[in-house]
Design a protein around this ligand. Structure first.
Ligand SMILES: Nc1nc2c(ncn2[C@@H]2O[C@H](COP(=O)(O)OP(=O)(O)OP(=O)(O)O)[C@@H](O)[C@H]2O)c(=O)[nH]1
Length: 437
């Protein structure tokens, strides 16, 4: 490498640097309006310098768009008044091809008049159009992102659906606003984490949620319904569904959470209905048969006894015919209430259909069951039923009682024996209890 250029050579070296740096330069005499621009300055505007010469401050003002003049004037004033150490602003100028280009305009006073007025000012113009375009597209992009987030938040509201992102390895957890709402905490005061999430899970559901997490690490799918206990003690049912999203080799799950409490309550109401006789509100035949099967299992495996009582209202057709169907319904209701009130917690009273009832007595021998049936018979026979017309009448019931036998091959055999005993009770005069074991 030789020596750096000296004097005149040095000036031309500087000019080269300025040219390749794509910097327009200007020198301006504030007092006379004289100006001097470099070649690149003219090229930036789409001209050669020769085309624009002779130049003056008016040449610059010709290109500067009207609305940005005050921007430049204020920056100049701030500099001339000593408030800003340099003149610096961003303005738009009209290019030869008609488009507007953004220019960063900056400079400094280099000499003052004896009266203290700025005289020569020199500076540079830099084309910053591409930066401005980038700024604009970033602004548009972040605006679009904001809109997208608003849309997502709204969609969560509409669908009552929150979303979360969990890094199972690091224990990090992100919740959308809706999840905070479902879990009954505020995003201002509560910071979610995988561990903190577990403290919300109902104690009886924790094992299920943990098992799902283990499974999800293998299958990539998280799919579980569980209860959440909010800080105020209220319990909500949620349905969570997520899937594994490979991020940097860790276990990152993204999922949704929906509050399904109302749905669960509705399901429970329907289940309740499907087990309840609508007229009497006591269990129906379906419950009776299920519990009969369970008792039979216990009897077969552990010899725990169980008995059944079948009860049928006597001459019930005559009740309907004489006093009307409404009075008949009332009689059915009375009998059901007596059964429900007089049996133990573990017993299962039910309406098998029509005017026929059953009581399953788990853990009870046949003699005890006979005693109960007899008490029920006596109590029902003692009722005075009154119609809306003021007629008073009484009803009696017949009952057949049986128990599970070792020889039985299925639970219904005990029912058949109780039924046969009931038939016998009817045949031998009604208003009596017969043993069918
Ligand atoms: N009011 C009312 N009647 C019912 C209901 N279900 C069945 N019944 C009536 O109950 C009567 C049963 O009559 P039957 O099976 O002939 O027997 P019963 O008259 O009780 O005579 P025994 O059983 O031989 O003493 C029928 O008339 C049915 O219509 C009900 O839900 N409400």
């Amino acid at each position: 490498m030789g020596q750096p250029p000296v004097s005149g050579d040095r000036v031309s070296a500087l000019e080269t640097i300025i040219d390749v740096a794509e910097l327009g330069t200007w020198i301006w005499n504030v007092q006379t309006g004289e100006t001097e621009f470099n070649d690149y300055w003219a090229r930036m505007l789409g001209y050669t310098l020769a085309e624009l010469e002779p130049t003056s401050i008016d040449t610059w003002l010709y290109f500067l768009i009207e609305e940005d003049r005050p921007v430049s004037e204020q920056a100049l004033k701030a500099h001339f008044d000593g408030e800003a150490s340099v003149y610096d602003c961003e303005v738009r100028v009209r290019h030869r091809d008609g488009r507007l280009i953004w220019i960063r305009d900056f400079g400094r006073v280099v000499s003052w008049t004896p009266e203290g007025q700025p005289e020569w000012v020199s500076g540079a113009h830099l084309d910053i159009t591409s930066h401005k375009d980038l700024e604009q597209s970033l602004r548009e992009e972040s605006e679009a992102n904001r809109e997208l987030i608003q849309t997502l938040e709204r969609a969560q509201e509409i669908g009552n659906l929150g979303y979360w992102k969990a890094n199972l390895d690091a224990g990090d957890l992100y919740w959308s606003e809706k999840v905070f709402e479902i879990f009954g905490v505020s995003s201002d005061t509560f910071t979610p984490s995988v561990n903190a999430f577990r403290t919300f899970v109902h104690a009886e559901d924790l094992a299920l949620v943990d098992a799902m997490e283990v499974q999800a690490r293998q299958t990539g799918l998280f799919d579980v319904e569980h209860r959440v206990v909010r800080p105020d003690g209220s319990v909500r049912w949620v349905y969570e569904r997520g899937d594994y999203t490979p991020v940097g080799g860790g276990h990152v799950f993204i999922g949704t959470v929906r509050d399904i409490t109302e749905q669960k309550e509705q399901e429970a109401r329907l289940r309740e209905l499907s087990f309840t006789d609508p007229l009497t509100q006591i269990p129906n035949r379906r419950v009776f048969m299920e519990r009969l099967n369970e008792s039979y299992e216990l009897f077969s495996r552990r010899e725990i006894p169980a008995s059944v009582v079948m009860i049928d209202i006597d001459h019930f057709k005559a009740v309907n015919d004489t006093y009307g169907h409404g009075a008949g319904d009332e009689v059915i209701g009375n009998v059901a209430r007596t059964l429900a009130d007089r049996v133990r917690e573990s017993d299962v009273p039910c309406r098998l259909g029509g005017e026929e009832f059953g009581v399953l007595l788990p853990g009870t021998g046949i003699e005890e069951a006979m005693d109960l049936a007899e008490r029920l018979r006596v109590e029902i026979a003692g009722y005075a039923c009154t119609t809306y017309r003021g007629e008073v009448f009484q009803v009696t019931v017949s009952a057949g009682v049986s128990r599970f036998n070792r020889e039985d091959e299925h639970p219904e055999q005990a029912l058949q024996r109780a039924d046969a005993a009931l038939y016998l009770a009817k045949a031998t005069g009604r208003n009596r209890v017969m043993k069918g074991a």
